[in-house]
Ligand binder design. Structure first.
Ligand code: GTP
Length: 621
């Protein structure tokens, strides 16, 4: 029940109570007045009758008392007047007239006890006031009762019964009560109307404020309260409207800014406030995520953290992460959190021809949740069971697609993923520049560890990597072979054919070296025309074999130079860690000694280090 109805009901109840109380009081007052007034009238009339009868006795006209009583009846409102004799008077003067005989029980009682009796009786629908007043013998005055009557002082001589019609009075009373009722009703109505006029705006404003607050709690701040008056209530409405406007404006600009940052406008059916809070929270989380991954050392760590985010925060366990290589190929980084998986949710062709990946090709989101079969490379039933859908997001780095995030879901939970996508995109947006920075750093680092001309690792790389290499060999109790290679008479190439020809030969040798070792072996350009090959997990025999294979390959190779071809040979020194020495650098020195010996002993040959070479060397100095 609203305030208006409550106030109206209160006033109606109040008015009704006042009305009822007034009617009861009025009726009671009128009744009391009627009784008192009638009693007084009856007493007066009785006194008049007594005086007249006394006078009539003195004047000897007592026999005409009946005419007097009949004339008395003509008095308005008097319906009956009758005098009765007591037995004492009847004994002295006889029975008297018929009508002077005792008529009823009340008169008998009055004659017996000398007490007046009054009552209201109903005579055929007419209310009548009846009073019976006794005449008591008294010796007071002259003449007095005892002079004529043979009675004692205080004896009852008779009584007079007088009946008064009350209909006039009652009519009067009813008219007054009705008048009061009408007056009270009219004033009550006026009061209720006035009160409603005063309270109505309060109630209506309160109701409207309640409604707009309810809407505001649902994130809708567009509703306004009607300003009905200019008083306090009107001011409250105005203040509420100003507050709503302030909130609406503030929230709209927050939503706009958040939308700019998230790329998503909260939809109309959403609770704008809750959605915005949610998005601001996610933005904060995404910013924290960015700070965290900025401190990560490698891209691999970032991908790992992102994979955990997808699984732990968003509950997405099926996803793929691809990275674009410098060659333009796609490479699997993670599939469902596993680094060693091959393409699962896509045709493996995308790894060879990355254009097959629609997200990589188009450079924008590929939404397989709303458009099924949008990407021909997507494999919807790779793991059997329910058919899957995908949502692929390219990560743009330096204007090109640097990586692709593929989210996979069943059709049943696709709507949930669709709701999470905007939040995941926030994290991807934060991750993109960090990945780019890491990529640049890694490229820079790689280039500082790489020989620019041959593309081989350089000496700095060896210095950085040697510890890991040694630790691995020690841990696994394996042998690490060191091959130190030096082109024979290389100076002649430069001197005869020029520096460019020399460079071409060095590049050709680098290619030959790479071709003749395993991918796990390391080929390093150690100096000008000097190369170092590290063969992990091998033995002396195998190392010499590889060195020999290389030597032969170089010997047989025809290097293309401007204006023709030329052939070169190479000498190789071989030493083994930790077989020859317990330190890597000492072993390298031994390989150098072996190389020196190979040069010394004719070049174009492979020599395995022997301890006596070291002694000979040192003896020479
Ligand atoms: N073109 C070219 N020449 C280089 C480069 N680095 C070193 N050299 C040259 O390689 C030559 C090495 O010559 P030496 O150390 O005397 O040895 P060699 O002529 O190969 O003779 P042996 O090693 O004794 O068989 C020098 O002339 C260097 O200038 C390079 O990057 N490009």
């Amino acid at each position: 029940m609203n305030l208006n109805r409550k106030v109206t009901l209160l006033f109606v109840a109040l008015a009704a109570s006042i009305l009822i109380a007034l009617v009861i009081i009025s009726l009671y007052a009128f009744r009391s007045f009627a009784l008192n007034s009638s009693t007084a009238h009856v007493k007066t009339a009785a006194e008049i009758v007594r005086v007249h009868l006394t006078e009539a006795m003195i004047n000897g006209t007592i026999n005409k008392r009946e005419q007097f009583l009949e004339r008395l009846m003509e008095v308005q409102g008097l319906s009956m007047a009758r005098v009765i004799r007591s037995p004492l008077v009847s004994q002295q003067f006889g029975e008297g007239l018929q009508r002077e005989m005792v008529a009823d029980r009340i008169e008998t009682q009055v004659l017996q006890d000398g007490q007046p009796r009054f009552s209201i009786i109903d005579e055929i629908g007419e209310p009548v006031f009846r009073g019976t007043i006794p005449y008591i013998a008294s010796s007071r005055g002259t003449p007095n009762c005892l002079q004529c009557h043979r009675v004692q002082e205080g004896d009852v001589l008779g009584a007079v019964t007088i009946e008064l019609l009350l209909s006039g009075l009652r009519k009067h009373a009813m008219t007054s009560v009705i008048g009061i009722m009408i007056t009270v009703a009219v004033f009550s109505l006026l009061a209720i109307t006035l009160a409603r006029r005063l309270v109505l705006p309060v109630g209506d404003t309160a109701t409207e404020i309640g409604e707009v607050v309810q809407r505001a709690l649902k994130g809708q701040f567009k509703a306004r309260v009607t300003q009905r008056t200019t008083d306090d209530v009107g001011m409250i409405a105005a203040h509420v409207n100003r507050l709503l406007e302030y909130l609406d404006h503030g929230l709209s600009s927050i939503v706009e800014r958040v939308a700019q940052l998230t790329g998503r406008m909260p939809s109309g059916i959403d609770n704008q406030l809750e959605t915005t809070i949610d998005m601001v929270n996610s933005l904060a989380d995404a910013a924290t995520f960015k700070i965290t991954i900025e401190e990560d050392e490698t891209k691999a760590e970032i991908y790992e953290r992102f994979g955990q985010l997808l699984t732990k925060r968003f509950g997405i366990c099926e996803y793929s992460l691809y990275e674009t290589r410098d060659t333009g190929h796609l490479q699997v980084i993670k599939i469902n959190g596993d680094e060693n998986q091959n393409c699962l949710w896509c045709n493996p062709q995308i790894l060879i021809r990355s254009e097959h990946c629609r997200a990589r090709r188009a450079g924008h989101v590929v939404d397989g949740l709303t458009q099924e079969h949008i990407c021909a490379a997507f494999v919807a039933d790779a793991q059997g069971g329910e058919v899957r859908q995908h949502y692929c997001v390219p990560i743009i780095q330096s204007g090109v697609v640097g990586a692709v995030v593929q989210l996979v879901t069943t059709q049943t939970i696709a709507p949930c993923l669709a709701l999470q996508v905007p939040y995941i995109l926030m994290f991807i947006r934060e991750m993109a520049p960090v990945l780019e920075a890491k990529r640049l750093t890694e490229t820079l680092r790689e280039s500082s560890l790489q020989d620019v001309m041959t593309g081989l690792h350089n000496r700095r790389f060896l210095e950085e990597y040697v510890e890991t290499l040694v630790a691995t060999a020690k841990r696994r109790h394996t042998v690490l072979a060191i091959l130190l290679l030096d082109l024979d008479y290389f100076k002649m190439v430069n001197d005869t054919h020029g520096h460019d020809a020399g460079d071409a030969v060095l590049k050709g040798v680098a290619e030959l070296l790479k071709q003749n070792v395993r991918s796990s072996d390391l080929v390093i350009r150690f100096g000008g025309e000097e190369f170092l090959i590290l063969l992990p997990d091998t033995n002396g025999e195998m190392a010499v074999k590889v060195a020999e294979k290389i030597r032969l390959a170089v010997e047989q190779y025809k290097f293309r130079i401007a204006g023709g071809e030329l052939k070169k040979t190479i000498s190789v020194g071989v030493a083994l860690f930790p077989e020859d020495s317990e330190t890597f650098w000492q072993t390298l020195k031994y390989a150098d000694v072996a190389l020196y010996r190979a040069k010394e002993t004719g070049r174009n040959r492979v020599l395995r280090f022997a301890p006596e070479m070291w002694h000979d060397e040192n003896d020479g100095y």
